[in-house]
Design a protein around this ligand. Structure first.
Ligand code: MLT
Length: 313
């Protein structure tokens, strides 16, 4: 560019601390990443591309960005970045794998409690100036069996927090040993057993070919009547249409979702159900997590652009 400094293109809204952490040796440019034509135009000059989850970085973007050296995902999930296509083109991909894990776990717990006590529906009736106290009888977490699907960083934090409610914890994770789970006070079981025994289920998995559609109609049929299901991980891990049916039939008591198969999502059969609590992908949306995500990836970008070794986060 005219300035002679490497160009860092920011394509999603990131915390202001990100720009500070990038330092003065780069030229920062912004683009609205979901606006595809604008992204393809802006990426031509970029040495680094910073994204959150709304921008898709695929082969087309990588081909347009001939100068790209690094793609940085200010968050955990890499499902919006074609890592293989980047690697083929010699472009490094980094993320901020611990930046928002506490925020994500806290949001999953908040959603579970909101679903158990129908907080949003009760809130809506009162703000509608009606006092419907007898319409809302919830269930306790105390002494219940909670199944955690995916015992990675976020799943472990969610389990520890849910354990504080004196629950019995089950987990399914083919990559974790029973001994490690036992250390955490969690009984490791098969997915089938988790579905059969849990009163509450929360999923904490990345979206991959292996996990997409993991919980569909057949799996929901295995669950206990009255189960409450939470997904603050990735849309599509639980089949949305099947979940809506299971709630309508009265088999699933309630559900809470922060993520959807297609995002942004403004229309879903789930939105018509009072038993469903929804938020628009807010798991990582806290001041602290966004600060960390932005500054963590900014450091990696700075190192990569100055030709230094970028350590694993
Ligand atoms: C993540 O994978 O980190 C979350 O989806 C949050 C985000 O998109 O920022």
């Amino acid at each position: 560019t005219a300035s002679g400094r490497p160009v860092v293109l920011i394509a999603d809204k990131l915390a202001p601390s990100t720009v500070e952490a990038l330092g003065g040796d780069v030229e920062v440019q912004w683009v609205d990443g979901p606006d595809r034509p604008k992204l393809l135009e802006a990426v031509v000059d970029a040495d680094a591309l910073l994204v959150r989850s709304a921008t898709t970085v695929d082969a087309e973007v990588l081909d347009a960005g001939k100068n790209l050296k690094i793609i940085a995902r200010a968050g955990v999930g890499l499902d919006n970045v074609d890592v293989a296509a980047a690697t083929e083109r010699g472009v490094m991909v980094v993320n901020a794998p611990t930046s928002n894990i506490h925020s994500a776990a806290e949001h999953a717990v908040a959603l579970m409690m909101a679903a158990a006590r129908q907080v949003p529906a009760a809130d809506a009736t009162l703000k509608d100036k009606t006092w419907k106290r007898s319409s809302f009888t919830g269930v306790e977490l105390f002494d219940k069996t909670v199944g955690v699907v995916g015992l990675g960083r976020i799943g472990q934090l969610a389990a520890a927090r849910l354990g504080a409610f004196e629950t019995h914890l089950l987990a399914y994770d083919p990559y974790v040993s029973a001994a490690r789970a036992a250390q955490l006070g969690i009984e490791l079981v098969s997915l089938e057993e988790l579905l059969e025994r849990s009163d509450f289920i929360t999923v904490h998995l990345p979206k991959t070919a292996e996990t997409a559609g993991l919980i569909g109609a057949d799996e929901l049929a295995l669950t206990k009547k009255g189960v409450i299901i939470v997904n603050a991980a990735r849309g599509g891990l639980i089949d949305e249409a099947a979940l809506a049916e299971a709630i309508k039939s009265g088999h699933v008591r309630a559900a809470a979702l922060d993520v959807f198969d297609t995002e942004p999502c403004t229309d879903s059969p789930l939105f018509d159900l009072d038993e469903v609590v929804v938020t628009p992908h807010l798991g990582a949306s806290t001041a602290e997590a966004q600060d960390r995500a932005g500054t963590d990836v900014a450091k990696s970008v700075q190192l990569a652009l100055s030709g230094q070794f970028v350590p694993d986060a």
